[in-house]
Write a new protein. Structure first.
Length: 125
């Protein structure tokens, strides 16, 4: 059962689970001169490193391994401390992938909207 959220309250993912907002990913078909090509993912991104609000525009090449849902619908991304624990807490089964060293991600769906969970494994000194 879900509880109703009051207007002034943050979502449960933040308030109760301790997830931290990371970015908002928005699909686009429009090329942009500032986009960065990630050939291993067949993806172009822009805004991730420069947006003060964490807005990331994403343009996909044919054959991109990203799910059709993420290619069509904007997604929210949250940083979590422990990806497996976060998935277990919400009772979700999701494939965990590693798009780059020290980064693990899982995509879940909430009412037709994709939600990305990200775990950063920071190198030890």
């Amino acid at each position: 059962m879900t509880e109703d959220r009051q207007d002034h309250e943050p979502p449960a993912a933040v308030a109760r689970r301790g997830w931290r907002y990371h970015h908002l990913g928005i699909p686009t078909a429009e090329p942009h001169p500032d986009e960065i090509h990630l050939p291993e993912l067949k993806l172009y991104v822009r805004g991730f490193r420069t947006s003060p609000y964490g807005v990331e525009w994403m343009r996909f090449e044919p054959g991109c391994p990203v799910s059709d849902l993420v290619r069509r619908v904007p997604h929210l991304a949250f940083e979590v401390d422990d990806l497996e624990a976060a998935l277990a807490e919400i009772g979700a089964a999701a494939e965990i992938t590693s798009p780059s060293e020290g980064v693990r991600v899982a995509m879940i769906e909430d009412g037709g909207a994709p939600v990305e969970l990200i775990e950063f494994r920071k190198p030890r000194d």
